[in-house]
Design a protein around this ligand. Structure first.
Ligand code: SF4
Length: 461
């Protein structure tokens, strides 16, 4: 019974579905891993050391963790890499160190904790993580958002009337198992031969700048990849300065997961000084320069990540925002989402901006949630954070674009098909009179459907 004279102050946090408690950020001790026992603080903060010590295969993982992971784990990992992985392994020490931070250091217990770890689940996927019956949705596709179809110049996607996405490099300092650009980004895997960009980077950038000069209706440029942390700084700075020279460009957003995956990159003096020059120019010209990062779990928000975000803000970047990806087993609960948002907003100066539903790429069904689950999550996280810092959960509907998850037009829950509409044409629909009338489908994971719906899909296949 709720006593009116209860001594718990405030609105009885113990009676709320989510209890906020301020938590201090911690950098887990990397010396708990045998391979990093001797690694000094100076080495850890060094971006070159981080790049040189990324874990790229099972052999390097073994050398790092010694006997902490059992053979069961390595067998599971090898099976995944051979049969299902769409991304090759590339995990910076900073990210690996946030996995199973408090696990007991005995093989069985550590393996259990590592397998259950939310960051491990998307950075080092194993076979047993995947959906055994429907690893891929029948409508899944490489380049599920059809970005390459909308290239106006190689790597420049013009999908929204006023905005473009400029992919400068097809690489990142870290590779995420669920990468939506799995078609292009990273090294080929046994399952996926990656497409290659044909133009030389300098030529591609010249053509992008040329298109933007000729297209004054585009005011917003997302400079991405891959990850801009993999563009050599002088090259990136020169591209950004040329963008800022175009008077019609009013927003520039730099996409970099490395801010959280390898914050050491964004703390290098040459990068900070360069960012200051770019931010000063942007401010002088009245352009909104922001960094968009990609953090999926509160464990990843460490003091170094907060330091990198605050350093970017001090350098004059107007805002650092997070675009996480909503994934089952990683963060698809109200508590996980709110813990992450409070760590970002309250402790690191990063605005929780979006959570994307995981896109319909091959072998991603175990991560994806149904639209109705995303709607419930959106409802559950309302009211705790400041309104401007309450993230929107969005569905990137193929051929439509980002939509808030409640904006669907119609929803067949039995077959797991939601229908969406759009209010602008992409370049490939300019001659299509039906484009704005059509309903565009999006599909829930089949394993989330009622039995009758699952049977329907089985019958189809
Ligand atoms: S950082 Fe972004 S582009 Fe790079 S692998 Fe991860 S999701 Fe893909």
């Amino acid at each position: 019974m709720t006593a009116l004279h209860d001594t718990t102050p405030g609105l009885r946090p113990d009676l709320q579905p989510y209890t906020y408690r301020r938590r201090e950020l911690v950098e887990p001790d990397w010396r708990r891993f045998p391979g990093w026992r001797e690694v000094t603080e100076a080495q850890w903060r060094d971006a070159q050391w981080q790049r040189a010590h990324c874990v790229k295969n099972a052999k390097q993982l073994r050398a790092l963790v010694g006997d902490l992971l059992t053979e069961r784990f390595y067998d599971d990992l090898a099976a995944d890499q051979q049969q299902l992985a769409t991304m090759s392994m590339l995990v910076p020490p900073q990210m690996l160190n946030t996995m199973a931070p408090d696990a007991p250091l005995t093989p069985e217990a550590f393996t259990e904790a590592f397998l259950a770890d939310p960051v491990r689940r998307y950075m080092i996927p194993v076979r047993s993580d995947r959906d055994p019956r429907w690893p891929s949705h029948p409508h899944s596709a490489r380049d599920s958002l059809h970005e390459a179809e909308m290239w106006v110049v190689e790597g420049l996607t013009h999908r929204y009337p006023t905005k473009v996405l400029a992919e400068l490099v097809p690489t990142c300092p870290q590779y995420c198992g669920h990468c939506t650009r799995m078609d292009l980004v990273g090294n080929s895997t046994p399952q996926v031969a990656k497409h290659k960009l044909a133009l030389k980077p300098a030529d591609r950038q010249d053509r992008m700048i040329d298109y933007l000069k000729r297209t004054p209706g585009v005011r917003d440029v997302v400079v991405s990849g891959g990850d801009v942390a993999n563009v050599p700084w002088p090259q990136l700075e020169s591209f950004l300065m040329r963008l800022l020279d175009i008077p019609t460009v009013r927003d520039v957003r730099l996409a970099t997961k490395a801010l959280a995956g390898m914050p050491q990159h964004w703390l290098q003096p040459k990068v900070v000084e360069g960012l200051e020059r770019v931010a000063r120019t942007a401010a002088r010209r009245g352009v909104n320069l922001a960094i968009h990062t990609h953090v999926n779990h509160a464990q990843s928000v460490t003091p170094l990540v907060a330091e990198a975000a605050r350093t970017a803000l001090e350098a004059g970047v107007r805002d650092v925002r997070n675009q996480g990806v909503l994934m089952r087993g990683v963060n698809a609960t109200p508590d996980d989402l709110l813990d992450l948002c409070f760590a970002l907003q309250g402790e690191a100066g990063v605005l929780p901006y979006y959570f994307y539903m995981c896109d319909m790429i091959p072998n991603a069904e175990h991560w994806r949630v149904a639209v109705w689950e995303a709607q419930q999550l959106q409802h559950a996280i309302m009211g705790y954070l400041p309104g401007y810092a309450t993230p929107r959960i969005v569905c990137d509907v193929p051929y439509v674009g980002k939509r808030w998850v409640h904006q669907l037009n119609e929803y067949d829950r039995e077959l797991g098909i939601s229908y969406w509409t759009k209010n602008y044409r992409t370049g490939i629909e300019l001659d299509d009179p039906e484009a704005l009338e059509r309903r565009y489908p999006y599909y829930d994971p089949i394993s989330t459907l009622p039995e009758s719906g699952q049977k329907w899909w089985s019958d189809q296949s």
